[in-house]
Design a protein. Structure first.
Length: 91
């Protein structure tokens, strides 16, 4: 997988060392590659999404409504109740 060696790490401004993850993510007809910075431990996508793309990625209907729901709260409640049971058994 090729990448632009002149792109810059968004944290430290250094060039990428290598492709970190051998698969890209395609969103809105753009392929985002995962690159490892040569100087710091950062892994970043290239190209870095612009504001309009981020708005699309994390829109309420495409992201929050799809991936955030009450199931997490239900799972959390089940976990707490299970932990309470063990805490009472070991008290
Ligand atoms: Zn860096």
């Amino acid at each position: 997988m090729n990448f632009d060696p002149n792109c810059l790490c968004p944290l430290c401004g250094s060039n990428p060392e290598k492709v970190f993850y051998p698969y890209s993510t395609k969103f809105n007809n753009i392929h985002f590659n995962y690159l490892k910075c040569s100087k710091c431990p950062s892994v970043f996508v290239h190209p870095i999404p612009d504001s309009a793309t981020l708005d699309l990625m994390y829109s309420k209907t495409a992201y929050h409504d799809k991936y955030s729901n009450d199931n997490e709260e239900i799972d959390f409640t089940l976990s707490i109740n299970l932990l309470k049971q063990y805490a009472q058994d070991n008290a």
